[in-house]
Design a binder for this molecule. Sequence first.
Ligand SMILES: NC(=O)c1ccc[n+]([C@@H]2O[C@H](COP(=O)([O-])OP(=O)(O)OC[C@H]3O[C@@H](n4cnc5c(N)ncnc54)[C@H](OP(=O)(O)O)[C@@H]3O)[C@@H](O)[C@H]2O)c1
Length: 276
Amino acid sequence: MSMTFEDCARVRPGFPRPFPDTPSNVMEQFQMKGKVVAVTGAADGLGHAISQAMAEAGAHVALWYNSNNVAIEKAQDLEKQHGVKASAYKVDVSDSTQVSETIAKVVKDFGKIDVFVANAGMAISKPILEQSLDEYRKQMSVNVDGIVYCSKYAGEVFARQGYGNLIITSSMSAHIVNAPTDQPVYNATKAYVTHFGKSLAREWREFARVNIVSPGFFDTKMGASPQTVHEAYRMSSLGRQGHVKEIKGLYLYLASDASTYMTGSDVIIDGGYVLP
Ligand SMILES: NC(=O)c1ccc[n+]([C@@H]2O[C@H](COP(=O)([O-])OP(=O)(O)OC[C@H]3O[C@@H](n4cnc5c(N)ncnc54)[C@H](OP(=O)(O)O)[C@@H]3O)[C@@H](O)[C@H]2O)c1
């Protein structure tokens, strides 16, 4: 039952909350100088573009990688090019101990975490009737457990600090069932993390913002496969995959003070793929 006008008229102590003490100039709102951002899956693809965006805007960056140690060199390049601090950390996000220890190490090295971008993911794209249970568990361990572990341990830091910002890379596959590739497990892992992120936005409302990015096909190792790429071009209203540089602005917006009124949102960036 909805509230009566009398109920609505009652002043609730502490409300309205004050507006944030942030710049009104929009270019200043996008400034990340002095902020610390951790990005998983940062060696290549979307994660590296996100790391570049943060460093270009002045943030210090912790680049997490699993197997691709080019992240070490790329961190050094970001330091040289942008005069920020950048370090690479080898961590398997499906291992909770590694995740909690690496988060503690980032805090020790950088002093705090302002933004955590839980971006690492993987896919073994097969119909469930052809998928082994090990393949199912592998996808769950990286795409679901990995996001849960990163969120839980980053969230503990945010709660202690009294501020924080979590951005989860989900997928348009959380919204649609991909065709012609049947990949129910991957799709479901992404639906999980989207709703998990929205739920955290409420749980953490006193100290942190949480938002979700749902990309369509981007031209990375996890982009459209050679067998399906022409269908990806046909389905996308813009007739192509995204270039990684085209996702940088969205993550910077969500990471920065330009988006202080945004939490619990799920932003689809897909060249119009899910429109029809
Ligand atoms: N490209 C697309 O079309 C698209 C569309 C929708 C959603 N996404 C999502 O975007 C995210 C980034 O993918 P991408 O397109 O940039 O592809 P990518 O270049 O292959 O990136 C995936 C990243 O995940 C990391 N990773 C995989 N397993 C890991 C583990 N166990 N522990 C830690 N890191 C692990 C990889 O690290 P290493 O290389 O160091 O092993 C890699 O950097 C993923 O979550 C993906 O599901 C991509």
